[in-house]
Design a protein around this ligand. Structure first.
Ligand code: PLP
Length: 379
């Protein structure tokens, strides 16, 4: 049993470029909240029976006022994560033999959520390498093909905005228009958008939006946010017959503890960091970083110019080295680790994705220098 008990996290002080982690780093306020509210069910001292009606701490005001305004949606709820939000919507709208349209760049959890909800999937295909863009025309085709294949219209259209591989930001408003022309409700998966960049569900025409607290809202997790329009609230936020204050898709209550409090603790910071000016700086940093890596022989895949901090590279020069060294693919991970840089998966050299979110230019320079040094050392 000596392996258990308090365990130090050794990567915590490294420069971190891991896409999953850059937007989920806690603020000092959230780190304090973690200890203050760490006890089980700590938010439930004064619970009137539903998590999002708790007045002290002010979860009620957060969920019913601050969050809908932040998402620019009529209603909001806390969920267990982006995937739980997607599942809740799919489950509520689903019907036997039903199907949904999903972009080809969608996260695996979209497909798994559909599977759990008993729904088939028709994919809206991306354009070829190297851009992998998702277009309104692809949705048009997928609706047509799916309707032929399954003999009925889809119950939902989902767009990943941006996707978690290439960081591509599709024309979400136009895709929403295509779906609505076919009377298909529209879910925008903003796991990599909400909490990082300016976001308005209404401007995108979304009936539902989902976000991830631990990925993009400087929160501990698992926790997510769900935005719902007035039109679909009676379906997705419906109450239990037997327990009339409990919502069915939430199984009564979702993030009932410290995770909600870290989300709330970081919220003022998250509001401030999602202004257009702040996001513009993040995009500039990502583009600067991408240009430097291309100078070293890497190739950036996806949107050009790139409009998001998540960037995918094909890294042939590093792959060439891996074929020549005894350590193989692990040489890169070790070299980066020596320099206190974290975020490239151990063993990967042929391609990888990185995120520059919240990493200052000074530190990005250190990363670029590290790549240059490593390439020189092994050539
Ligand atoms: C990370 C990610 C998810 C999963 O988010 P959770 O909050 O962990 O469920 C879903 N979709 C995309 C595009 C992601 O990148």
């Amino acid at each position: 049993m000596t392996r258990f008990g308090f365990i130090e996290r050794r990567t915590r002080r490294d420069i971190n470029l891991m896409p999953l982690q850059t937007g989920g780093t806690l603020t000092p306020e959230a780190r304090r909240a973690l200890v203050e509210w760490g006890d089980g069910y700590s938010v439930c001292d004064f619970c009137p029976g539903t998590l999002d009606d708790i007045k002290s701490p002010p979860i009620d005001e957060f969920v019913h006022e601050a969050l809908p305004k932040f998402l620019d949606m009529d209603h909001a709820r806390l969920t267990g994560g982006a995937r739980e939000g997607k599942f809740a919507v799919m489950h509520a709208l689903g019907e036997r033999g039903g199907w949904i349209v999903v972009d080809e760049n969608a996260h695996y959890s979209t497909f798994v959520a559909a599977e759990r909800a008993g729904l088939e999937v028709q994919v809206a295909e991306r354009t070829p390498y190297p851009e992998y863009r998702i277009t309104p025309e692809a949705y048009e085709r997928a609706i047509e093909q799916g309707t032929e294949r399954f003999g009925r219209p889809p119950v939902l259209g989902l767009l990943t905005y941006p996707d978690g591989n290439y960081g591509n930001l599709p024309d979400a408003a136009s895709i929403g228009r295509v779906l609505h022309e076919h009377d298909v409700p529209y879910l925008v998966n903003g796991a990599y958008a909400i909490g990082r960049m300016p976001f308005s569900g209404k401007k995108l025409g979304a009936d539902f939006v989902v976000g991830s607290g631990h990925k993009s809202m400087a929160s501990a997790g698992p926790i997510g946010v769900l935005g719902v329009s007035d039109e679909y609230a009676p379906i997705v936020l419906r109450k239990s017959k037997r327990f009339p204050i409990k919502e069915v898709e939430a199984l009564g209550c979702t993030a009932r503890g410290v995770v909600a409090m870290t989300l709330i603790a970081s919220f003022p910071h998250v509001v401030e960091r999602t202004t257009p000016e702040r996001w513009e700086r993040e995009v500039q940093n990502a583009q600067w970083f991408s240009e430097r890596l291309e100078e070293l022989g890497m190739v950036q895949v996806g949107d050009r110019p790139h409009m998001h901090d998540l960037v995918f590279f094909i890294t042939e020069p590093l792959y060439e080295i891996s074929k020549r060294t005894k350590k193989g693919g692990y040489f890169l991970y070790r070299e980066m680790k020596k320099r206190g840089i974290h975020g490239i998966k151990p063993g990967l050299t042929r391609h990888f994705k990185l995120s520059t979110y919240g990493v200052e230019r000074e530190k990005l320079k250190m990363v670029v220098d590290a790549f240059r040094e490593i390439i020189e050392k092994y050539s």
